[in-house]
Ligand binder design. Structure first.
Ligand code: BDR
Ligand code: CA
Length: 312
């Protein structure tokens, strides 16, 4: 069974990825690292602790990571995320405070130690800015040769971004970190807007969670209903972060295009994920870009896994 680390900026869809990772029988969640993005880092990791406590999963350690982009002057757009995820990151829903504290070890050190311990058995799933992972690769470059897959939610190749026509939110918040990760040569799967916007969850789905009568089922239904209410263009919500967690377990649901990927880090198109022109003729591209998804399978997998978690 694969080992998994989630690197989250929790965030409602991050919380859905977390529920999937707890609920799936096909991966062991060995820890959660937190970053800035949808909310400040300390808010995001507290959300993770609270959710794990609500789901009776107090054995999974939680580590705090970066509080800002690698380039400290990079603008931050927390206000925009606050609209989408609520000021508290979980749709203004109150979740009982966990009695547990975050670990004293840093997220970066936990990532490095876990790669050294588990090697290719470990899949790292970042669903926020890529700062923690880039800092880990910079601090311990030797892990590049031994690590397994990184399955990240971020970017867009065949469609426009969601911050502006060029960039997707996670990449936009730390383009330098994303460029570093994509160009590092490690085995990256990019689960971007090309596929995450093809799968929707609706209020019919959340109502089934609510009807389980469990605290977790009701809380998740309220959170995701808030998230749905912030999607004005569709009847439901996109499945950004859960798609990455599901890809880590079920890559066969996706069509992937091997590429050398890079990120534009300046000018109007800052944050755009694009094929690396310097490597067009190089063999063995290291990034697999998801360009298709079997959405009915993905939605079914998410619904079944979350429902069984909420029923326990
Ligand atoms: C990404 O941005 C965040 O708001 C979501 O949690 C997701 O990771 C989508 O662009
Ligand atoms: Ca996220």
């Amino acid at each position: 069974m694969i080992k998994m680390i989630l690197d989250l900026d929790t965030g409602i869809d991050d919380a859905m990825a977390l529920a999937y990772a707890i609920g799936t029988k096909e991966a062991e969640l060995i820890g959660v690292t937190g970053t800035f993005g949808n909310v400040y880092t300390e808010v995001g990791v507290q959300n993770v602790l609270n959710i794990l406590n609500m789901c009776n999963e107090n054995g999974i350690p939680v580590f705090a990571g970066a509080t800002h982009a690698m380039d400290q002057n990079h603008f931050d757009r927390l206000e925009v995320s606050a609209r989408i995820h609520g000021d508290n990151g979980v749709g203004q829903v109150a979740i009982e405070t966990s009695p547990r504290e975050i670990e004293t070890k840093s997220a970066v050190d936990f990532l490095i130690e876990s790669v050294k311990k588990y090697g290719k058995e470990l899949v790292i799933v970042p669903t926020g800015p890529l700062t923690n992972l880039a800092l880990a690769l910079k601090k311990a470059p030797e892990i590049k040769d031994i690590m397994g897959r990184v399955v990240l939610m971020g970017g867009a190749l065949t469609i426009p971004g969601n911050v502006n026509q060029y960039t997707e939110a996670n990449i936009s918040q730390d383009p330098e970190a994303a460029k570093y990760v994509f160009e590092s040569g490690i085995d990256v799967t990019m689960v971007g807007l090309d596929v995450t916007t093809r799968s929707l969850l609706t209020k019919a789905d959340t109502q089934i969670w609510r009807e389980t009568g469990s605290v977790a089922g009701k809380t998740y239904a309220d959170m995701v209903d808030y998230y749905i209410s912030q999607h004005f263009e569709v009847e439901g919500c996109y499945l950004h972060d859960p798609s990455a967690a599901i890809n880590a377990v079920h890559p066969e649901y996706f069509t992937m295009l091997p590429m050398h990927m890079t990120v534009i880090t300046e000018g109007e198109a800052e944050g755009r994920t694009i094929g690396d022109p310097k490597k067009l003729r190089d063999p063995n591209p290291n990034v697999k870009v998801c360009i298709g998804v079997d959405s009915p399978y993905l939605v079914k997998e998410l619904n079944e896994t979350l429902l069984s978690l909420f029923q326990t």
